[in-house]
Design a protein around this ligand. Structure first.
Ligand code: UTP
Length: 227
């Protein structure tokens, strides 16, 4: 059975409205996909993480402390998804990539959040995918594809249906220095996926049909990153 690691962006996982309905729908989809794939679901921190990080920053906390609060927020979101999945989810909520690797092949859907300071959950997804030899990474995010620039600000932004890993890396690297498309994938994660040549499927995480197609490696409306 192939392993697929899904990075669920916090803002699509817990948008702040009709969350119960969304969690239930997502859990039903993942339950059906788990019949065909070993799934690891890595949850982002969303609004809750942003609130703690920005408030802590104003209070003068150092970067590492802010990241630690972000990680706690991702773990809270992971708990909600675990609850929605009930017995189909593994009981443990790994704190490290090593722990995730140990737990992942035990049969049930593995849900986790962040691990250590200095990166985001996209990077965690890539590191877990590398260690498990995953067939692909699915980035279920708040944008519907990768664009040359932020499509919300630039009407002429070019939409990509396909990118090489190198092209994705340059795109997110550029995003660090200008107002680029930061939601597409985290830079450290893009680098891990590039080195290990793991395909990344970037899809709108609110569109469960897209998320399902991406996990199965079928045609998507979003972006496929592969060499
Ligand atoms: P997210 O993975 O949600 O980051 O982690 P993000 O990309 O900023 O948020 P979305 O995807 O747009 O919603 C939230 C924060 O938690 C810390 C980082 O500070 C990150 O920005 N974090 C998370 C870590 O330090 N390490 C981790 O492994 C995960």
């Amino acid at each position: 059975m192939d392993c697929v690691v899904v990075s669920l962006g916090g803002s699509i996982l817990v948008p702040g409205e009709r969350d119960v309905e969304h969690f239930s729908g997502l859990a039903a989809l993942m339950r059906s996909l788990a019949k065909e794939y070993h799934l690891v679901l890595v949850c982002g921190g969303g609004k809750v993480a942003r609130y703690y990080i920005s408030t802590g920053r104003e209070l003068g906390a150092p970067r590492e402390k802010l990241d630690e609060m972000g990680i706690e927020a991702t773990r809270l979101n992971a708990r909600l998804l675990q609850i929605a999945l009930g017995n189909d989810a593994a009981d443990s909520l790994p704190r490290t990539v090593d722990e995730a690797v140990r737990e992942a092949r035990k049969g049930r859907i593995l849900v986790m959040g962040g691990t250590s300071p200095g990166h985001t959950t996209d990077a965690v997804a890539a590191m877990v995918a590398l260690r498990l030899g995953a067939a692909r990474i699915v980035n279920a995010t708040s944008v519907d594809a990768a664009y040359s620039t932020d499509p919300r600000k630039h009407a002429d932004a070019e939409r990509y249906s396909r990118l090489t890993h190198k092209q994705l890396f340059h795109l997110v690297d550029k995003g660090l220095h200008s107002a680029g498309p930061s939601d597409v994938f985290d830079r450290a994660g893009a680098e891990v996926a590039m080195r290990a040549n793991i395909p990344i499927y970037i899809v709108n995480g609110r569109d469960l049909g897209e998320v399902g197609a991406a996990v199965r490696g079928e045609k998507i409306k979003g972006t496929v990153v592969a060499d």
